[in-house]
Design a protein. Structure first.
Length: 883
């Protein structure tokens, strides 16, 4: 089958004729014929007034084949006489097409347009009113992790779908746009006795001959095409505990888990942890979860962490398959991911954004609410601290030069692919949390619930609809402030200065030359004060001179705080021990940003690092680890490295010895052990500790001894195995690769790949990089190996050379439609010359893959920021007598 520029291979067939020999039609001339609909400027939305009302889809899906075949019936409404209109279709081979209107059958031709993914339908006669367009077609399974694709696990082959953002058009012709929500009636023809699942419950199943069964599913409620999902394969099916009726739901929800053959037992733990999350969300919205059943499918190769298809959540197996001995970090990740996906039942399924410009309404709201729900259902996971760290990550990205606003026009596939990023998810969630802190939880919940209920009536929504709901629940000023934050990139800065010389006051100043609309909540002598700063500066009068000032209550405000004069010291000495962990996390993020900019001295920053590292507060003591790792790995030269290692040892060696190498029952201790061990094991001069780590790594692997799965806590596997590889060399590398090929543990795979990717010896480095092409390495594991090599200064140049020289086979491995993420690896170029070289070599390559330019731009911005940090911090470190 030929792949044309338009993305659809066409057979212009007349329904009443016999099947002609296949002949591809060349892409149409960009000039629009007279009377034809105007072609869209991009493939995201279709012009015209033809509307889709419902879809009936029949597909034959055999995971052992190399293609699938289908017939789709699009029930359409033509408000006026129409002979031509557009629909979405990509990489599909059309075999016949016609329109049925009562007894009348109108032949149809489907032709390419100048826009990839968009096809033109030409009718032999004009049609008006209700009619059904029926298209018979076939397509090849996708070579990327989107559309309809096949993965292997063990001896089995499994067909999975991932339609988001615009891959439904690669599975069936239709209206692949967010604003079109219609019911889908799906029928699958699958090999007999093979499991088939979809959004809706199975309605019937019977044999149809030739070794195939027909599986018909109940019609879905109205769905956008990106939420249509199904899967076929020899899955283990595990019945989970049904979710009983609640005060908001009269029916029970049937719960099942699906895993590849032999893995079903590992999904039980996940199934047992769904109920409290669903019930917490129903209580928040005061409405029933809009599903009758929920299948959780553990996908062995999946690009995203999870996908919220109503009735059929698809989740990476490494997240969903939880053995009884799995560590606390894995359980916490599952809970956080599942809360996010369940929140999408309201943000996405009920309230669907009409356009991609408003995708933050899906992802930011689900991220925001996941923290709320986890805090209620699983307080031991410290969701408030996770949220504070998320806000810091968002600010770090938002502070990069050229950071895009959340709200922006989207006109290309590159724009859409690049929209699923930290800014959409984590900045959006942080802005919502800032509003909540300012107006109160009850008012925020009223706005959100009102927004979702209003969207339920129309089916789709947009940002302005939410801002109207927010204004009604709070005020026009609050809505205007959020709109301002959504429409502008960059992190606001607020400087705080206390003046007690005359009348006591606090002066708040925005960044020079910049005026934003900022919601601020600060605490003065323990009393919270909230204000809306929409002018360059403001003076707040006080009744007396304060002794304490905390600039960001609970760390919820979306701004960087700068404490002038003695306020920084006040915070360390008077506030640090009194405020919440989340507030301290955000204060640390602000101070770190100031240090990176060169505005905070190394001495003052070091004082903060020591205070945190010695705090023995699980949520705070590990915060200095990443800055110290960066100083050691990227900034310091030989002598300075020894000083950084000495500081790491001073703060963490005895603490790590007390925690030990093995997992325990204390979740907080597990988190601290994992974080500390990941940094210090390869970086400290402590022969006894390093020897024990190597010995335990050998025991875990069974290298020269009997395997001991409990020799290392799960979070210590990768660093300990990496250290052992550096000591043992080639034979240990071989043992790691062999274990990777044979392990049945989905959580071990990533640890083993990170260890393999840490190879420093020249020949072993080459072998580690070439391993990405091994069939045993999944598509979603390629970046793990490449990232491990790029993360080290001594292996980075060769890894970039490999990335450029092997770009085409790497794109082929990942599949062109998901290979844009390769360009994000430019972020590792932490040197100005290296960044320039990477840009020159990668830019022409990235242009040819969806999302490539967006990923590359963000990666290069990170790289240049990293290089600037290195220059500033190297000067600060060399000029300091300590650590």
């Amino acid at each position: 089958m030929s792949r044309l520029v338009s993305g659809i291979v066409l057979l212009a067939l007349v329904a009443s004729c016999g099947k002609p020999a296949m002949s591809a039609v060349a892409p149409a001339d960009p000039e629009v014929p007279r009377g034809a609909p105007v072609e869209p400027a991009h493939a995201l939305e279709l012009p015209g007034d033809v509307t889709l009302q419902r879809v009936a889809l029949r597909l034959r899906v055999d995971p052992a084949a190399d293609h699938f075949a289908g017939v789709v019936a699009l029930h359409l409404h033509f408000p006026r006489k129409t002979a031509e209109f557009l629909l979405h279709a990509e990489d599909l081979e059309v075999q016949s097409a016609h329109v049925e209107q009562g007894e009348k059958i109108v032949s149809a031709k489907i032709e390419p347009t100048s826009v990839r993914g968009v096809a033109r339908v030409r009718l032999a006669n004009e049609v008006k009113g209700e009619a059904v367009l029926e298209i018979e077609y076939r397509g090849e399974f996708s070579d990327s992790l989107e559309g309809l694709y096949v993965v292997r696990d063990g001896a089995g082959r499994y067909a999975l779908t991932q339609m988001q953002p615009i891959a439904a058009r690669r599975v069936f012709p239709g209206f692949d746009q967010m604003r079109t929500k219609v019911p889908y009636a799906l029928t699958l023809e699958v090999p007999e006795r093979m499991i088939a699942v979809a959004n809706a419950a199975e309605a019937s199943r019977y044999a149809i001959g030739d070794g195939f069964d027909e599986v018909r599913f109940e019609p879905t409620p109205p769905l956008p095409s990106y939420l249509v999902a199904f899967a076929v394969g020899p899955f283990d099916v595990v019945q989970g505990p049904a979710l009983p009726p609640t005060a908001h739901r009269a029916h029970e929800i049937r719960l099942r888990g699906l895993a590849t053959r032999g893995r079903g037992i590992e999904i039980r733990t996940a199934l047992e942890n769904v109920r409290p999350l669903v019930e917490a969300l129903e209580a928040y919205f005061e409405s029933a979860a809009p599903i009758e059943k929920l299948d959780l499918l553990a996908a062995p190769d999946f690009a995203a962490g999870a996908m919220e298809n109503p009735g059929l959540f698809v989740v990476r197996d490494s997240i969903l398959l939880l053995s009884p001995k799995v560590d606390a970090a894995a359980r916490r990740l599952f809970v956080q991911v599942m809360a996010h996906e369940l929140a999408h039942l309201w943000f996405g399924h009920v309230a669907t954004p009409a356009r991609f410009e408003d995708i933050w309404l899906n992802e930011a709201f689900a991220t925001y609410l996941a923290y709320e729900v986890v805090a209620r259902a699983h307080p031991q996971h410290r969701a408030e601290v996770l949220r504070a760290k998320s806000a810091n990550r968002a600010k770090d990205v938002d502070a990069l030069p050229g950071a895009r606003p959340i709200l922006r026009r989207m006109s290309s596939v590159h724009d859409v692919k690049g929209a699923f990023d930290v800014l959409t998810y984590e900045k959006g969630a942080a802005l919502l949390h800032a509003v909540e802190e300012f107006v109160g939880e009850d008012a925020m919940r009223r706005a959100i619930v009102a927004h979702v209920r209003a969207a339920a009536d129309s089916g789709v929504t947009d940002t302005e609809a939410f801002l109207r709901a927010l204004e009604e629940a709070t005020s026009s000023a609050i809505a205007a402030s959020l709109r301002d934050a959504l429409q502008r990139g960059g992190v606001p800065e607020v400087r705080f200065e206390v003046d007690c010389a005359a009348a006591p006051s606090i002066r708040l100043r925005q960044r020079e030359g910049e005026t934003r609309s900022i919601l601020i909540c600060m605490r003065v002598d323990g009393g919270p004060t909230c204000l809306h700063l929409d002018e360059p500066e403001r003076v707040v009068s006080l009744s007396r001179c304060p002794s304490r000032l905390e600039p960001n209550v609970d760390g919820a405000g979306y701004y960087r705080s700068v404490l002038e004069g003695e306020l920084f010291e006040w915070y360390l000495k008077r506030s640090f021990s009194l405020v919440s962990a989340a507030e301290n996390v955000v204060f640390f993020g602000d101070a770190t940003a100031r240090f990176h900019e060169g505005a905070l001295s190394f001495g003052r920053y070091l004082e903060l690092l020591r205070l945190l590292g010695r705090s023995r507060l699980e949520t705070l003591e590990t915060l200095p680890l990443e800055p110290l790792r960066f100083l050691h790995d990227e900034v310091a030269k030989a002598d300075s490295r020894r000083r950084v290692r000495a500081l790491l040892a001073e703060l963490y060696v005895e603490r790590f010895r007390a925690l030990g190498f093995e997992a325990g029952p204390d979740e907080a201790a597990d988190r601290a052990r994992d974080a500390i061990g990941a940094v210090i094991l390869e970086r400290i001069d402590d022969p006894a500790l390093r020897d024990e780590a190597v010995s335990r790594a050998k025991s875990f692997l069974g290298y020269g001894t009997r395997p001991d799965a409990d020799a290392l806590a799960p979070g210590l596997r990768a660093p300990a195995l990496s250290l052992a590889l550096a000591v043992e060399g080639a034979r240990f590398f071989d043992a790691l690769v062999e274990r990777f090929r044979t392990t049945v543990s989905v959580t071990e795979r990533g640890d083993l790949l990170r260890a393999i990717g840490s190879a420093r010896d020249g020949k072993l480095r080459e072998r580690a990089l070439e391993l990405v092409f091994d069939p045993a390495v999944r598509k979603n594991e390629v970046l793990v190996l490449l990232g491990a090599q790029l993360a080290r200064r001594e292996t980075r140049a060769d890894a970039f050379a490999f990335l450029v020289s092997r770009w085409e086979p790497l794109v082929a491995k990942l599949g062109p439609s998901t290979a844009g993420s390769l360009a994000s690896l430019a972020a590792y170029a932490c040197d100005p010359a290296e960044a320039a070289s990477v840009e020159a070599r990668l830019a022409p390559l990235a242009d040819d893959v969806p999302g490539g330019p967006s990923f590359l731009a963000t990666g290069l911005a990170r790289a240049r920021d990293c290089a600037a940090r290195v220059e500033r911090e190297r000067a600060a470190l060399s000029g300091s007598p300590s650590p």
